[in-house]
Design a protein around this ligand. Sequence first.
Ligand SMILES: [Zn+2]
Length: 103
Amino acid sequence: MSATIQQCLDCTTLLFPLRLLCPSCGGGRLGPATIEAGTIEHATTLHDGTVLATVRSDGGPALIARLTSPAAAGETVFLTNDPDAGPGHAFVPFTDTPSREDQ
Ligand SMILES: [Zn+2]
């Protein structure tokens, strides 16, 4: 399983969350990129049992993800865009349209 995030087509920088312009080169040609796994940097459990984590993707940005099973810092998790993925995954939402903060 893998997750789709965004990549600048000009300088290849991986981006999360989605952007309208690349913060590295200023380019506007952005497309999807697939990443497989990441390492948990920090995890926290909410009052309802949801576990959120900062996950450093392999070769890419840090992602805020919902873990599908408890895990500790330093563990490797597989990234997914499927909110119903089984244990051992970190769910990251993906849409092809970045949100606009001015709306
Ligand atoms: Zn770029």
